[in-house]
Design a protein around this ligand. Structure first.
Ligand SMILES: [Zn+2]
Length: 175
């Protein structure tokens, strides 16, 4: 099966599409507003973050706890049963040094992104977040792997119900 795109460069916007309004665009901003329903599970997860709590869903059949919460247990193929609050500390499962920002711009100061297995969630189930107070060398040498970290939260009045309500995770043991 052919999985690679036949046009790896992508399809460029055409000037006439911008001029005709087919692509909503003004001179200084790209106007592309949208609404997206979070649904019951992601919605509760994000509302929890606003309160400084991290919620997962537990499958009572296999005892797995999913964070972020999942409606269906991937192991048992059945609906998960209950909400559980997990800790805001965990261990770094893996990490990468990125020179590309979330909006795909190049950044001078690299961002360190990690998969963090939170205490209370099942092993092998982690959330993706930034690491702070960790150097690129700590990642390249893999010294950060397996280390305990804790969430550094935004002040409550600045939280919006977003994954960014956690600023980053920082080590709580020597790297
Ligand atoms: Zn299960």
């Amino acid at each position: 099966m052919e999985t690679r795109s036949k046009n790896p460069e992508g399809t460029p916007y055409k000037t006439e599409d911008l001029r005709s309004g087919a692509i909503p665009y003004t001179e200084d901003s790209l106007e592309a507003w949208y609404r997206w329903s979070l649904g019951k599970y992601l919605g509760k997860y994000l509302e929890g973050l606003k309160e400084g709590k991290i919620y997962g869903r537990k499958c009572n059949n296999c005892e797995r706890i999913y964070v972020p919460p999942r409606e269906v247990c991937h192991h048992c193929f059945r609906t998960t049963d209950e909400w559980v609050e997990v800790g805001d500390t965990g261990r770094v499962n893996t990490a990468v040094v990125s020179y590309i920002s979330a909006d795909r711009g190049r950044v001078e100061e690299p961002i360190i992104i990690a998969v963090i297995e939170l205490e209370g969630a099942s092993p092998g189930i982690g959330i993706l977040h930034r690491l702070g107070k960790v150097s690129p060398e700590d990642v390249k040498s893999m010294k950060i792997f397996g280390k305990r970290v804790r969430a550094v939260w935004r002040p409550p009045e600045e939280r919006t119900g977003s994954v960014n309500d956690i600023l980053y995770f920082e080590p709580i043991e020597e790297v």
